[in-house]
Structures are given as structure tokens and as C-alpha cells.
Design a protein around this ligand. Structure first.
Ligand SMILES: Nc1ncnc2c1ncn2[C@@H]1O[C@H](COP(=O)(O)OP(=O)(O)O)[C@@H](O)[C@H]1O
Ligand SMILES: [Mg+2]
Length: 298
């Protein structure tokens, strides 16, 4: 579990962020950054580095390790603090609110702006990284940026997909991206998995989801993790979210992934509403979506 860093943000001073960003820079070269390299990376005096390191370590933003030398690395909390700082500096939002969801590989919070927005911290690489590191000794320096890099790439991929798809496809409106975090419209809806649709709603809602899959494919993307957990049902229709693993339509497995997306969604409806979805042919529906057409059901 990564702790919510929002409560410590108010305590942090500009020089603390110099230090954190100095550690971040040093981590491009080694997993742990030697203390004596930090004045150069952070543009602080050696004394200030010592003082700031203690403050940041107390707040769980950096981790110390003494191997042959005394070194420091950012924790995920430290990386979160840097992203939050960047967003606040550029007025994307001014405060972090309640958690909206803890996903498989993310932490999502509501944030305050001129309207409520959603902030998603990507955690890809976090769990895996921990497991990998348990098995292996802390010697293989080439893996040192693993989680940071993986999580940042995931955020970039998700943001790119949202920017390409919005507003033609019903996805959350993208607002900003920094490091491993993205800011987007906060969707007021219920995850499909948690809805109990009336008999009259079942096929129309499935139709809407397949229409978005078809629209995304036409716009050049396959979601590749489509399921009842990544679709919101709102008053206005459906919103498909969680796009970091999306592939472009020219990807070698795009058609396979698209068919799997359709199978996932149709399969969910078939399990939950068997009587109403009896006659549906998944293969036919997948072909229809791959042709960029929204199937008409019932
Ligand atoms: N734009 C949003 N507005 C409101 N809630 C969101 C938004 N994006 C994500 N969430 C909430 O956070 C949870 C996790 O987000 P998701 O993008 O699915 O990440 P993961 O990859 O971890 O599954 C979602 O199930 C949802 O409840
Ligand atoms: Mg999800």
C-alpha cells in the first residue's frame, strides 16, 4: 500500500522539493543516490541536503540504505509528492480529496479545481518490482528505475489514448499528466459491475459499450482490458476508462485483443442476464465491432 501523501504536502518547503527532485535525477544513474552527489543534483548545500534528507525520510518520501555507501532513493510516496507539486505549481488543481478507487494498479483520488477532477497515480511495476527484488539480490543495478519508469510509461500511454479518443469516444476528458500521474474529468457514474440493470436497460447498455469499442477501433485504438470493471454507467450513457494498456489498431494483436474485449463484455452480460442475452453470437458481434460498426441488438 502506498500512503496518501496529500496530508504531508502542506509541511513541505520549496527546498524539500529541490531535494526530492535531486534524488529523482540521481536515480537515473543508480538505484540509490549517494549522499555526496545530492548537493549537485539538488543545488543545495551539503548542510541543507542533510537537513532536507532527514525531513523527507521522516515523512516517508525517501528511503535510506547503507551498502558500500550511504544512498537514498525516492519511495512511491516521494514520487507522488513530486507529481502533486508539479500539478499544483501549474494550477491544475489545488487540493487532494477523498479516494475514488483503488484499482489493481493505481490509486485514484478526487482533486479540487474549478470542478472536481480525478487524479490517477499509476502503480504499475510496484508489486512486480517488490517481488522481483525479493528473489534477487540488490546488486542488479540495471533494474533500478524499474517501477518509476514502468509507472510513468503507463501514465503516458493512458494519457495519449485519452487525448486521441476524447471526445469522439466516451472516455474521461484528459486534463493533465505528470510523471506517473494523470488528471482527468471525474466521472459521476457507477461501475458496470455494480449496476443492476432493468430488463429494458440490458441490451441498450451492452449496445452502448460495443459502440464505444467500435468507435475506439475506428479512431485507431483497442482498449485491451475492457471489462465490467472499466466501464461506468452514467445518466448520459457509458464511459470507458482505464486505458494504459491500449494498443493501436495497427498492433499485430489488435484484432485478437478487440475480440477478447468484446468477449469479456458480452460474456459478463450473458452470465448476469442469461435470459435476455440468449441469442447473442459473440463472434459475430466481434466482427461487427472490428468493422467499426455498432451492433444493433434485439
Ligand atoms: N475518471 C474517474 N472518475 C471517477 N472515478 C474514477 C475515475 N477513474 C478511475 N476511477 C475509480 O478508480 C478505480 C481504479 O481506476 P482504473 O482506471 O480502473 O485503474 P486500475 O488500472 O487500477 O484498474 C476505478 O474502478 C474507479 O472506481
Ligand atoms: Mg480498472
Amino acid at each position: 500500500m502506498v500512503e496518501n501523501v496529500a496530508p504531508v504536502m502542506a509541511d513541505l518547503e520549496p527546498e524539500d522539493f529541490y531535494l526530492l527532485s535531486g534524488v529523482e535525477q540521481g536515480m537515473r544513474f543508480s538505484e540509490y543516490v549517494a549522499r555526496e552527489k545530492l548537493p549537485q543534483f539538488s543545488r543545495l548545500t551539503a548542510e541543507d541536503v542533510d537537513y532536507r534528507l532527514d525531513r523527507c525520510e521522516d515523512r516517508g518520501l525517501v528511503e535510506r540504505k547503507t551498502i558500500q555507501y550511504e544512498g537514498f532513493k525516492l519511495t512511491f510516496e516521494g514520487y507522488d509528492a513530486l507529481a502533486l507539486h508539479a500539478f499544483v505549481e501549474r494550477d491544475t488543481f489545488d487540493g487532494v480529496g477523498a479516494p475514488l478507487g483503488v484499482g489493481k494498479e493505481s490509486d485514484v483520488y478526487e482533486v479540487r479545481s474549478y470542478e472536481p477532477l480525478a487524479l490517477k497515480f499509476h502503480r504499475e511495476g510496484y508489486t512486480n518490482f517488490r517481488e522481483v527484488m525479493k528473489e534477487r539480490e540488490y546488486t542488479a543495478d540495471r533494474d533500478h528505475v524499474s517501477w518509476q519508469y514502468t509507472a510513468r510509461k503507463a501514465a503516458e500511454r493512458e494519457y495519449d489514448a485519452l487525448e486521441s479518443l476524447y471526445p469522439d469516444v466516451s472516455v474521461p476528458r484528459p486534463v493533465d499528466q505528470n510523471r506517473h500521474a494523470i488528471v482527468m474529468e471525474k466521472v459521476d457514474g457507477v461501475e458496470l459491475s455494480r449496476t443492476k440493470l432493468t430488463d429494458e436497460q440490458v441490451l441498450p447498455v451492452l449496445e452502448l459499450v460495443l459502440a464505444e469499442a467500435a468507435g475506439a477501433y475506428e479512431a485507431g485504438y483497442v482498449h485491451a482490458d475492457m471489462s465490467e470493471y472499466n466501464v461506468f454507467v452514467t445518466d448520459a450513457g457509458v464511459v470507458v476508462f482505464d486505458w494504459p494498456q491500449a494498443v493501436t489498431a495497427d498492433h499485430e494483436n489488435a484484432d485478437e485483443l478487440l475480440a477478447r474485449d468484446v468477449e469479456n463484455v458480452v460474456g459478463y452480460f450473458q452470465r448476469k442476464y442469461p435470459a435476455l442475452t440468449d441469442g447473442l453470437d459473440t463472434t459475430e458481434l466481434a466482427e461487427c465491432v472490428a468493422a467499426g460498426e455498432a451492433p444493433t441488438l434485439g
